[in-house]
Design a protein around this ligand. Sequence first.
Ligand code: NAD
Length: 273
Amino acid sequence: MKYVTLNNGVKIPQLGYGVYQVEPTEAGRCVNDALGAGYRMVDTAQAYHNEEGVGAAVKKSGIARSEIFLVSKIWIGNYGYERAKASIDESLRQLQTEYIDLMLLHQPFCDYYGAYRALEEAYREGKLRAIGVSNFQPNHFIDLASNVEIVPAVNQVETHVFCQQIRSKEYMDEFGTHTMSWGPLAEGRNGLFVNPVLKEIGKVHGKSVAQVALRYLTQRDVIIIPKSVHRNRMEENFNIYDFELTPDEMERIKSLDLAKSAFFDHNDPETMK
Ligand code: NAD
């Protein structure tokens, strides 16, 4: 496993396991399988309603808490300083832990500055080891990062071969903020799993399309959290460090970039409501 050092010195696995759309009743089994496959980072959120299952699986695993990196996110309904503060304590309770390794604001909305102040306070109190944001496009990101005391350690944004965030990542790099990819496989959209370029490159290395798509992101220094509820796919997505894409292959995959979302536009007022 490769580790990345965040802007406050905290180390995070570059590859983790995401549990969006994992049923609360399934979360325990899935996280247990993911830990068994070797994952040591789990990405959840208040809005996924499965923090409790994640926390229970981590506790039951017998793996030292210090070896597992837990990420969660404050949902927009909990924004504003007071509500965000209370929701951090509720996440700690649901996750059955004394600290969360990385807590993010799920997306910019209404009083996100108030919510971010609650993150900063909980960070200083030791309840959170690192703090950051998610779905902040360059305009929101630069505004926030320029005006807060603790610069976000991470911005978790849609990032995959069809939406590579090349320009956005440059802005984030300037602030020392790591890009974390959500939807690293684009949930299979745009025909990702049958893409001829990825297939051909995969053949050369004896690797699947998913493995090539994920390896590409890690070679661009992006943190990734692919999701699957199937143990065999969890293992497949985890086994990406035993091969290396050549500069030529990296260029070919770079050319797949459409530089737009395969899901929704966070600059669209309809998305932000
Ligand atoms: P993903 O790109 O990881 O795709 C997951 C889907 O791809 C699976 O449901 C499965 O259908 C398929 N898949 C996975 N591995 C495969 C394989 N090896 N072969 C074939 N098919 C495979 O999409 P995601 O779940 O949306 O994103 C990953 C994680 O990112 C989420 O679980 C969540 O933790 C996070 N996320 C965050 C936000 C946000 O707003 N911050 C939004 C979406 C997701």
